[in-house]
Ligand binder design. Structure first.
Ligand code: SD4
Length: 327
């Protein structure tokens, strides 16, 4: 009989597919590329919209720029995109109509900065970087984070677009609070980069679960949950149903597994397996995806269920890849 572990491992080895130029092909070579290492620099991001973030990051990485600058610039792209309903401007609001943002950054030296429950600022990732660089703290929340952003010279902006307000009004007609994991509503940007000097950095930014309770904070700004970077070992980021990631401290887990010798792919698979164990045989709508990168440029990705994609950009590739999944 095949154990769940054997099943997951075989999925990880056989299940990846690669999308290039709009075509998705069954693809054994995807995994091989991961183990071959493509060298540096390299940037990976969650979801297909990560490709635009990667492009901005690549503009810095290609001429020898720093990974930290690259991930920040990459994260700012979806933050400014009003058509993106899950990050920054245009993000869907909480139950009470507030767009509340979570973001964090971390670099190869173990420095970290984070903001959560931030309202009225388009670029939480940049505020998070300021927390990291300008304060002795790691995380600022809510009104305090907004006060700090103002003090740092960030300008306020109404982030609730007409489109997002309309979606919220539609949702309110249902008159019920059901924070289920809808794949469409789960699209945090996690971005990881390794630069020419083999320095790693990562960032994560989101408007969180759509129509969440006011005050709800997800995994995305939690160092160790949706983002973790160890300059020697590797880095990981998470997307999906944040509560599952928070309960398992997923990104820290992925990096610690890599420290124990697991490949980025195997580490992501094991971290998903911890979640899958709590789900039994039916994941329902629960989705979590992990993405990991090591200093050699090896990539891993795995999700609870199909649909999780990630974007890769390096000197030879600009691609979107379908991650393997447990179900
Ligand atoms: C959250 N993890 O707030 C975020 C949502 C998400 O892809 O990742 N969407 O739980």
């Amino acid at each position: 009989m095949t154990t769940r572990r054997e099943f997951l491992t075989s999925c990880a080895l056989a299940g990846a597919a690669l999308t290039t130029g709009g075509k998705t092909v069954a693809h054994a070579a995807a995994q091989q590329r991961e183990s071959e290492s493509t060298g540096r620099p390299l940037v990976v991001s969650t979801w297909s919209f990560g490709q635009a973030a990667n492009a901005a990051a690549w503009n810095l990485l290609a001429p020898g720029g720093a990974a930290l600058d690259a991930v920040e610039q990459g994260a700012r792209v979806p933050e400014s995109d009003p058509a993106n309903r899950t990050v920054g401007l245009g993000g869907l609001p909480d139950r009470d109509g507030h767009v509340t943002l979570d973001a964090c950054v971390m670099d190869h030296a173990g420095r970290a900065g984070s903001v959560c429950f931030l309202e009225g600022y388009e670029h939480p990732v940049s505020v998070a970087r300021k927390v990291m660089e300008e304060t002795p703290h790691v995380m600022l929340a809510g009104a305090g984070a907004a006060q700090f952003a103002a003090e740092q010279g960030f300008t306020t902006r109404d982030l609730l677009t007409d489109d997002a307000r309309n979606a919220w009004n539609e949702w309110r007609k249902e008159a019920r609070y059901e924070p289920t994991a809808n794949a469409e509503r789960h699209d945090t940007l996690g971005i990881l980069a390794v630069d020419q000097d083999a320095h790693l950095a990562g960032a994560c930014t989101t408007s969180g679960m759509a129509f969440k309770l006011h005050g709800r904070v997800g995994d995305s700004p939690i160092i160790g949950a949706a983002l973790y970077v160890d300059g020697e070992i590797g880095c990981a980021t998470a997307t999906g149903h944040g509560e599952f990631v928070m309960r398992t401290l997923g990104s820290f887990l992925v990096v610690e597994l890599m420290r124990q010798g697991r490949s980025p792919q195997d580490a992501c698979t094991e971290a998903v397996e911890r979640i899958v164990r709590s789900l039994g045989d039916d994941p329902g709508e629960t989705q979590v995806g992990y993405l990991a990168l090591d200093p050699r440029g090896r990539i891993g990705a795995f999700a609870v269920q199909p649909g999780f994609q990630y974007a890769v950009r390096d000197g030879a590739r600009d691609e979107i890849i379908d991650a393997a999944s447990a179900f």
